[in-house]
Design a protein around this ligand. Structure first.
Ligand SMILES: [Zn+2]
Length: 83
């Protein structure tokens, strides 16, 4: 008897960019909202946050959605990492 393995229907990360993968724009936008709320809480607590504002973009490799910051210009173009 083989042990039953859970089918991975949803990958948490993109194999090409290594970024967190969201199913669609809606999910990515929600994550963005949560992140911005956390940043406000950190600022209220006196914790400096260097996190840039991010925006969602569709990935051509995994057909998911990733979040990109201004500094993420390389990943923004979703260039595959040579292996
Ligand atoms: Zn991807």
């Amino acid at each position: 008897m083989y042990r039953f393995h859970k089918a991975k229907t949803h990958k948490a990360r993109c194999e090409v960019t290594g970024k967190v993968r969201y199913r669609d724009m809606h999910e990515a936008t929600h994550a963005l909202t949560v992140a911005s709320h956390m940043r406000v809480e950190h600022e209220l607590a006196g914790i400096e946050s260097r996190r840039e504002e991010k925006r969602p973009y569709e990935c051509e490799h995994c057909e998911g959605v990733h979040l990109s910051s201004k500094a993420d210009t390389i990943e923004d173009r979703c260039i595959p990492v040579a292996s």
